[in-house]
Design a binder for this molecule. Sequence first.
Ligand code: SF4
Ligand code: SF4
Length: 374
Amino acid sequence: MSSAHQVILDVDGLQELLDVLTAGGYRVVGPTIREQAIVYDDIDSVNDLPRGWTDEQDGGHYRLVRREDQALFGYAVGPASWKRFLHRPVVKLWQASRTGESWKVIPEPPSGERLALIGVRACELEAIAIQDRVLLEGEFVDQHYQARRKDIFVVAVNCAVAGGTCFCASMNTGPKAKSGFDLALTEIADGQGGTVFVVMAGTDGGKTVLERLSHRPASQAECVASETVSERTAASMGREMRADDLHELLHRNLENPHWEKVAERCLTCANCTMVCPTCFCTTVEDASDLAGKEASRTRRWDSCFTMDYSYLHGGSVRASGASRYRQWLTHKLATWIDQFGSSGCVGCGRCITWCPVGIDITAEVQAIRDSEAG
Ligand code: SF4
Ligand code: SF4
């Protein structure tokens, strides 16, 4: 991208962006600090962003620590992904009321909310594209996801630091945003202790919004600095995983004794599936009042780590922890390709960071690979 196509926004310009989106009827959601973690939540000011903070991540480890500068996006990804806003954890599907001898069923209308997502990382854009394939592009369209997804305005941020558990470079999903954004920002130092953003538009909607903001053309030096940010981040990934042969590797190793070794540590707590930006499984729950006059059906995120998930008459198909971990990993990295044409992993590292016992998908794949080498 030449400098002619990139502009500079300063922090005030970023505030203008938030204001323009809010005035345009968007619910603006972005990174902010809650309970000592960076999560996505409603924001209305640049002061809501985690200015001057970064995250320290490793297997089963997450800490916020102070940066030496005032960067607004100087961290990797936190526990919450955009899945929380597009494929909601809890969705009421319908409510029913008894009317005499009959029932009146009122389906829950799909959301009319327009979301502006601020600070979407490259791996997260890829994760949204994967959920699109699963929830929109198959035989059955998820109307609730479709309604929330269709009008989103996406402001991507190219990562300036790789987290300790990131491996997007291995998965070819980052750290630089390729597509799926309206605007993409790269944060660089302004030379006076502050930061500015090198911005490019990815859609006509992005261009229209950008034209309304105070900006100036990016210099050649600023464009080079922006490229350097992505190159430096790619070179400093906390993890790596060879990904070109995983489909065959895992299919050859369905009976590998290593699955039992992982199961000795795995708590089958399902944290990894909850934090994963691509996991999409749900269950439904029905409820009624004691008088039998009202009933409702609710959809909730579910996980292949629960016994109930594979329960058929007589018991769970995947009764052991080993079978459930194998199901998760082989689906994510191998059979997902058969089903949806791509890996189900974007290398965000969340399942490593938020596993309470620090089980590491990259290390488990490597252990299986090593076992073949003898
Ligand atoms: S791998 Fe870790 S996060 Fe996933 S179910 Fe097992 S213990 Fe929980
Ligand atoms: S499997 Fe782990 S690293 Fe891959 S996308 Fe899911 S949470 Fe991220």
